[in-house]
Design a protein. Structure first.
Length: 319
């Protein structure tokens, strides 16, 4: 469901090119179904009023704040003058109006409003960013002892975990544009997490996944990961993805093999021995990652994924 209802374009820089770009942006947003207005900030008697669903694209945020209220949502337009403003106070900024569309502004509005992004939908699942209200669901997901046999669990202290979740939402999603996402069934039940993250010194982003014990064996993991991989290779333009498993974790290995990953040596992860798996975009046609029915594992050809360096990988003895 869209949250952004209207964009106010309030740019005071006196530049003919910028003015034309702003006019084109207004028309482009309107053609995409988003209401947009260009209000001369100081000459129009109708002053912008604070309202839910409104975003201000402006190079003079302090003046807009005085008129629309200090809690208005602002996307900073970068000029020589506005570049000197605090990025802590105005964390989101653009310098090219031609690259903006309604989808981008919807995402910015959600960031500023503290609302999770919806990443994608599959036949049975919604994949979205986590929110603080997910804390109870997370403790339910990780409650069974089997869930932490091969991965780190949650903090015993719920307030400690709450602060960790807040920090993750506040920093990781905006910084990378991805992270571990919540898997939610159509009835609203949260059944696990899956997504991407960067491991220190890694050459590729890493796929991670965890499905609630009571929901395992129903194909949710494969369904979610296939869609997430397609999103990673397509929208995020990853050249490849790695995954690490403990050697005893046969269930995770089975999932990765069905997704088309290839075993590529043994490494160290969190101080323990782990198997490294890699899937390259060039080796997996997007059609093979789409959901719907069982798909055969891709046939490996061309570049060898195991050629991607990882200085912690050990040579495995020949079978």
């Amino acid at each position: 469901m869209k949250m952004l209802e209207k964009v106010w374009i309030v740019i005071t820089e006196e530049d003919e090119k910028t003015e034309e770009q702003a006019k084109r942006l207004k028309k482009r947003l309107q053609s995409e179904g988003l209401e947009a207005g260009m209000e001369p900030l100081f000459s129009d008697s109708r002053k912008p009023q604070p309202a839910a669903g409104e975003l201000y694209l402006t190079d003079c945020p302090e003046a807009v704040g005085r008129l629309a209220g200090e809690n208005c949502r602002i996307l900073l337009y970068l000029t020589e003058k506005s570049r000197k403003l605090s990025m802590t106070e105005y964390p989101y900024a653009v310098e090219d109006l031609e690259e903006i569309d309604a989808g981008y502004l919807e995402g910015i509005y959600r960031r500023l409003a503290g609302e999770p992004w919806e990443i994608l939908r599959t036949k049975r699942l919604l994949v979205r960013e986590q929110r603080e209200e997910d804390l109870d669901s997370l403790y339910e997901i990780y409650a069974h002892p089997d869930m932490t046999a091969y991965m780190e669990g949650l903090a015993v202290d719920r307030e400690e975990e709450r602060e960790r979740l807040r920090s993750y939402i506040r920093t990781v999603y905006p910084l990378y544009g991805f992270g571990l996402w919540m898997l939610e069934k159509r009835n609203g039940d949260c059944i696990g997490r899956a997504g991407f993250f960067w491991r220190e010194e890694a050459k590729l982003p890493e796929l991670g996944f965890a499905i609630k014990k009571s929901e395992q064996g129903q194909g949710y993991c494969l369904e979610a990961c296939r869609a997430i991989l397609e999103y990673g290779f397509g929208e995020l333009e990853f050249s490849g993805v790695q995954a690490l498993t403990r050697e005893e974790n046969r269930a995770a290995e089975a999932v990765l093999m069905r997704l088309g990953f290839q075993r590529c040596g043994v490494t160290q992860a969190d101080g323990k021995k782990a198997v490294r798996w890699i899937l390259l975009r060039s080796q997996v046609p997007s059609s093979e990652l789409k959901e719907g029915g069982e798909k055969p594992a891709p046939q490996w050809k061309g570049e060898d994924p195991c050629d991607i360096p990882d200085r912690s990988v050990w040579e495995e003895p020949a079978p």
